[in-house]
Design a protein around this ligand. Structure first.
Ligand code: FES
Ligand code: FE
Length: 416
């Protein structure tokens, strides 16, 4: 008989040690991935895209996560809906294109036809006792927040969205995300478990050896002190960096930027993080030469040279400069497969000719291409019979916290 998920997670948690990477099964096992889908991934509000992907009635896109496919579709000027892409007849998927426009959702198998509100409106030759009202598409929780489309796969009532994210409102408003437009998208599917993708993003210990372009845009002292979160570096480096950071915060606040950190504890529902800091001296934007690739974004009236990292959850991140923002979507697909997508946003008023896309994506396209390679190499090594959990450095504090958060989703802690 196979082991119950709770017994399995208890056994595995007992084998973990705080301050060390996780045992192999966490990164490789199909059963752990199933448990993660149920207890972690499926319970969170996950960023799936930007509302500008569905501007017109009937516009839709598919969001794939684990074995699930969600149709995100515009029902009307004021409503965007989300449905599981599963026909209520015999279960065929209904949409197979990544995106498109459909006045109605028609299953290609036997042509059951659904409205944009998910109701079944036509099914041929059905018995008299068949009730269309009981056979609408199954809805997925959706929330559009400042232009950002969030989904929650939970079967029951999900954790309250506004209670969870309401305090982020001023900063999202300042960045003008609701009215932003997509300037570029990049896809970096990564042959690795989602935890490795997240852990890599949550530390900058690897930045110096792996990311020459990224390091060219940031002061070394800031990478060490706060490279992966408000206090993710060694304590002395954090203390040394603070006076400079506070001076920048004052100047940025004077220009209208909402200042403040969020650094959720390991027992929080979403492990949110908000950190703002300045780019390297003289670098107005994260570009090769530090000059802006696009007009100012959102409510800004002047650049302050800052950079924001906002994490809604380990799966959903934003990095934003004065002139562009990048949505990072880390989407688990299977035990050894994760989708990594970046969506570059610019101000909604910025004309095509005002945005230099090559310049804008130079830094993070290179960085994420490198992250894909190092994360896949990490996974490949972990698959070895000789892999043993290894000790974390003083620059990997956010990874240790992420692991405590992850185990807490199961009511567990490192060591059991
Ligand atoms: Fe969709 Fe039959 S499975 S109409
Ligand atoms: Fe990296």
């Amino acid at each position: 008989m196979s082991e119950a998920p709770t017994d399995m997670m208890q056994r595995l948690a007992a084998a973990t040690r705080a301050g060390y990477s996780l045992p192999q099964e966490f990164y490789a096992s199909d059963s752990v991935f199933q448990a993660d889908m149920d207890r972690v991934i499926g319970q969170k509000w996950i960023l799936a895209g930007h509302v500008s992907q569905v501007p017109k009635k009937g516009d839709y896109f598919l969001f794939r996560i684990g074995v699930e496919q969600i149709i995100v579709i515009r029902e009307s000027a004021t409503s965007v809906r989300a449905f599981f892409n599963v026909c209520r007849h015999r279960g065929s998927i209904i949409c197979s294109a990544d995106s498109g426009n459909a006045p109605r959702l028609v299953c290609p198998y036997h042509a059951w036809t659904y409205g944009l509100d998910g109701r079944l409106i036509a099914a041929r030759l059905m018995p008299d006792d068949f009730d269309k009202a009981d056979n609408g598409l199954l809805a997925c929780h959706i929330r559009v927040f400042h232009g950002l489309v969030f989904l929650n796969l939970s079967d029951g009532e999900p954790v309250d969205f506004d209670t969870t994210f309401g305090d982020m409102e001023p900063i999202l408003d300042y960045h003008g995300l609701a009215d932003a437009r997509i300037a570029h998208r990049g896809s970096y599917p990564t042959t690795a478990n989602w935890k490795l993708v997240v852990e890599n993003f949550f530390e900058c210990y690897h930045c110096v050896p792996s990311h020459p372009e990224f390091c060219s845009m940031h002061a070394a002292e800031s990478i060490v002190a706060v490279g992966a979160g408000p206090s993710s570096g060694p304590a002395d480096a954090v203390a040394g960096f603070m006076p400079k950071l506070h001076a920048w915060e004052e100047s940025a606040a004077a220009l209208g930027r909402p200042i403040g950190n969020i650094d959720d504890a390991a027992d929080s529902s979403h492990l949110r993080l908000l950190m703002q800091r300045m780019n390297k001296d003289g670098w107005s934007a994260e570009t090769q030469d530090g000059t802006p690739p696009a007009p100012l974004m959102g409510k800004r009236t002047a650049p302050d040279g800052g950079r924001m990292h906002l994490s809604f959850s380990p799966f959903s991140q934003i990095v934003a400069d004065d002139h562009f923002a990048i949505l990072f979507l880390f989407t688990p697909r299977g035990p050894l497969a994760s989708d990594v997508e970046m969506i570059w946003l610019v101000d909604g008023r910025a004309g095509e000719a005002e945005v230099d896309i090559d310049k804008m994506i130079w830094g993070y396209h290179a960085t994420t291409t490198q992250d894909k390679k190092i994360t896949e190499d990490n996974q490949a090594g972990i698959m070895s019979s000789r892999y043993r959990p290894g000790r974390y450095s003083d620059q990997e504090g956010s990874v240790i916290k992420f692991q405590a958060w992850y185990l807490a989703q199961y009511g567990l802690a490192p060591g059991g």
